[in-house]
Structures are given as structure tokens and as C-alpha cells.
Design a protein around this ligand. Structure first.
Ligand code: AMP
Length: 200
């Protein structure tokens, strides 16, 4: 019964760690970005609505985002815990998640914050952009995205930090090592993995 939240900058391997942590704690990884993308792909009404904002590089409105998280966390597989990735992103979403969990008589157990040296992350993202032929991902664009990430994350880490929930982990280094750091940080708070994670 572990309820986790994962926060991390673009390019710090957050998606990979999310999958590994979900496996370790035997909980579903719930990514709002993935849910929106799946709806887009399937051409649902939700997908069409979300597309307007996603295409413009903007946040999908809280009302819509909160509703999908509400529905997702009601599903049976999330009853025994979950790992949220990419939500909450705004203070209003933090409050909505609080209300949601309170209504169930539960609460978050920990917030894992992956941190990484900005220059290193920019270098990684540039390399990825070159490999994938994404010429529009220039240093400026990437740095701007990192700045936005920092501005947007600050209020979240502040509120969860004041609740003593944040476990900060250095995201640079081999994938297995980063996972180990996270697991050690969580174990120190009494949150123990229920399954071993396979080495990458
Ligand atoms: P991500 O893959 O997490 O970067 O999400 C992709 C896109 O989905 C974002 O750029 C937003 O448009 C939208 N999105 C994902 N999560 C949220 C959220 N918590 N609040 C608002 N929009 C979101």
C-alpha cells in the first residue's frame, strides 16, 4: 500500500525510474501525459479536448486533468497504491489530490524528487535531439523548458517539503544506481519495495 509521487526534470530518466519503482512496489504507474497521449491516439473526446492544449505546449486545464486522475485512481488496481508521474503539476492539482486521498482516508507516503545538474541534462537532451533528428530542440529551447520546469516544480516541492514528504535523489549515473538511491531513500522512511527490480 504505497502511494508515491515522482517529480523530475525532462531528460533525467524519470519515465524509466517510474516504471522500475512501480514494479518494485507493485503499484500502477499513473502518468497523466501517457493518459492524454493514449486518448489522443484513440481519438476520444478527452483526447481531442486535451490536444488543443498539448499542441500549444500548454497545460491541460485543471478541471479536465483532475477528472481523469480522479477516475484513474478509482480503478481497482490503484486501490493498493500508485505511483503518480506528471501529476500534480499545479497548486490547484495538489489540493485536488489532497481532497481525493482524504476522501479515501489515505495520503501520499513520499514524493521522490529526481534532481540533475542542468548542464548535464541539457547535454543529454541535445544528444537525444540529434539522434532523433529533432532539429527544433536547440540549446535555447531546452534551457527554456528546464527553466519552466523549475518554476513549476518549486511550489510543489515547497508544499510537499513542508510536509516532510520529499526524498531527493541525484538522477545522474547508471539507471540501476539511480533506482538503488531511490529505494534506499524510501526504505529509510519505512517504505520497502515488495519485489526486486531486475538490473537494466
Ligand atoms: P508529459 O508527458 O508529462 O510531459 O505531458 C505531456 C502533456 O500533457 C503536457 O505538456 C500537458 O499538455 C499535458 N499534461 C500532462 N500532465 C498534466 C498535468 N498534470 N496538468 C496539466 N497538463 C498536463
Amino acid at each position: 500500500m504505497t502511494r508515491l509521487l515522482l517529480i523530475g526534470p525532462p531528460g533525467a530518466g524519470k519515465g524509466t525510474q517510474a516504471a522500475r519503482l512501480a514494479e518494485a512496489f507493485d503499484v500502477p504507474a499513473v502518468s497523466t501525459g501517457d493518459i492524454f497521449r493514449a486518448n489522443l491516439k484513440n481519438g476520444t473526446e478527452l483526447g481531442l479536448e486535451a490536444k488543443k492544449f498539448m499542441d500549444a505546449g500548454e497545460y491541460v486545464p485543471d478541471s479536465l486533468t483532475n477528472a481523469i486522475v480522479h477516475d484513474r485512481l478509482q480503478e481497482v488496481d490503484a486501490a493498493g497504491g500508485f505511483l503518480l508521474d506528471g501529476y500534480p503539476r499545479t497548486t490547484e492539482q495538489v489540493h485536488e489530490l489532497d481532497r481525493l486521498l482524504l476522501a479515501d482516508g489515505t495520503a501520499l507516503d513520499a514524493v521522490v524528487q529526481i534532481v540533475a545538474d542542468t548542464d548535464e541534462v541539457v547535454a543529454r537532451l541535445l544528444k537525444r535531439a540529434a539522434e532523433q533528428g529533432r532539429a527544433d530542440d536547440t540549446v535555447e529551447v531546452i534551457r527554456h523548458r528546464m527553466d519552466i520546469y523549475e518554476q513549476q516544480t518549486a511550489p510543489l516541492t515547497e508544499v510537499y517539503g513542508s510536509r516532510g514528504l520529499v526524498v531527493t535523489v541525484d538522477g545522474l549515473g547508471p539507471v540501476d544506481e539511480v533506482t538503488d538511491r531511490i529505494l534506499v531513500g524510501l526504505a529509510a522512511r519505512g517504505l520497502h519495495a515488495v519485489r526486486p527490480v531486475e538490473a537494466s
